[in-house]
Design a protein around this ligand. Structure first.
Ligand code: C5P
Length: 260
C-alpha cells in the first residue's frame, strides 16, 4: 500500500470569527495546521501529504511548511469554494504511485498517530473506511420553518463521522469524477453503492469550527502532551538546520506550485 494524505485546509474560518484561515490560528504557540501535519509526519504508513489551502494563502502555507520542516509535504495546492472542490484539487496533485488516499481535515489537529495507523491497517481489508464514534446526545430532525420536531432518531444507530477517511485511490477518483457536492468524502463514495465501513475514531478528534473550540483544543493538546500521549508539534526549523537537512541545497520541486 502506498498511502498519501490529502489535507483540506482551505476553509475561511468564518464561523471561528478569525481574520485568518482557521488552520493558521495558533494553538499552544503553533498554527493549527502544524499540529495536524506533525501527526502525519509521524505515521510510517503515510508516504506523502498534499496540503490544500485558500488560494491567496498558498505562499503563506508554503512558508509555514518550510519553517516547521515537514518533509512529507509534496505539494501545497489552492483549494476551492467548497470542501469538495478543495479535495478534488488535492486529488489532481496526487503522485502516480499513490494507491490509497487518506483524507483528513486540516481543522482536526487532535487526530492521533494511533487512529491513522489503525485506519491504514484496516484499509488492507477494505476499500473505503472512515473514523467515527457513536453519538452521545439524542438527535432529532427539526422542521426549519416551524422549529417543530419531526422525528427522534434511534441513537443506537447513529455515528458521528470524522476524518481520517481512507479510500482506494481509484474508487475515490471515481466518486469525485462527476462534480457532485457533499460535506464529506464518504458520502460521494456511498452514492456509488460501494460499502463504506466505520472504524473507531476518538471523541477528542474535534473539528475546530467555532470560537469555543479553541480553548477546548488547547486544553486537550496540553493534557495529551503532559501525559506523554502526544509529542509536541515540531518547533520552527532554523535556517542552518534547514540547509543541513537538504545537504546544503534546496530540494528542487519539494513544494510545488499546485494552483490549477
Ligand atoms: O467547512 P468544514 O468545517 O466542513 O471544513 C472541514 C475541512 O475542510 C476544514 O479543514 C476546512 O479547512 C476544509 N475546507 C476546505 N475548503 C473549503 C471549505 C473547507 O478545504 N472550501
Amino acid at each position: 500500500m502506498n498511502a498519501v494524505a490529502i489535507i483540506p485546509a482551505a476553509g475561511r474560518g468564518e464561523r471561528l470569527g478569525a481574520h485568518l484561515p482557521k488552520t493558521l490560528v495558533e494553538l499552544r504557540g503553533r498554527p493549527v495546521i502544524v499540529h495536524t501535519l506533525a501527526v502525519f509526519e509521524r505515521v510510517a504508513g503515510i508516504s506523502g501529504v498534499i496540503l490544500v489551502v485558500p488560494p491567496e494563502f498558498v505562499d503563506v502555507y508554503r512558508r509555514v511548511v518550510e519553517r516547521y520542516g515537514m518533509p512529507k509535504v509534496l505539494a501545497v495546492v489552492a483549494g476551492g469554494a467548497t470542501r469538495t472542490c478543495s479535495v478534488r484539487n488535492g486529488l489532481s496533485a496526487l503522485p502516480s504511485e499513490a494507491d490509497y488516499v487518506v483524507v483528513h481535515d486540516g481543522a482536526r489537529p487532535l487526530v492521533t498517530v494511533a487512529t491513522v495507523e489503525r485506519g491504514l491497517h484496516l484499509a488492507l481489508q477494505a476499500k473505503a473506511l472512515v473514523a467515527a464514534v457513536p453519538v452521545k446526545p439524542t438527535i432529532k430532525v427539526v422542521d426549519p420553518a416551524t422549529q417543530v420536531i419531526r422525528q427522534t432518531l434511534d441513537r443506537s444507530l447513529l455515528w458521528e463521522i470524522q476524518t481520517p477517511q481512507i479510500f482506494e485511490r481509484a474508487l475515490l477518483e471515481r466518486a469525485y469524477a462527476d462534480g457532485a457536492e457533499a460535506t464529506d468524502d464518504a458520502a460521494l463514495v456511498e452514492r456509488l453503492g460501494v460499502p463504506v465501513k466505520v472504524f473507531p475514531g476518538d471523541y477528542d478528534n474535534l473539528k475546530i469550527t467555532t470560537p469555543g473550540d479553541m480553548p477546548l483544543a488547547e486544553a486537550l493538546l496540553a493534557r495529551e502532551e503532559s501525559l506523554g500521549l502526544r509529542s509536541p508539534a515540531s518547533r520552527p526549523v532554523k535556517q542552518k538546520e534547514k540547509s543541513a537537512r537538504r545537504g546544503g541545497k534546496r530540494r528542487p520541486g519539494s513544494i510545488k506550485n499546485g494552483e490549477d
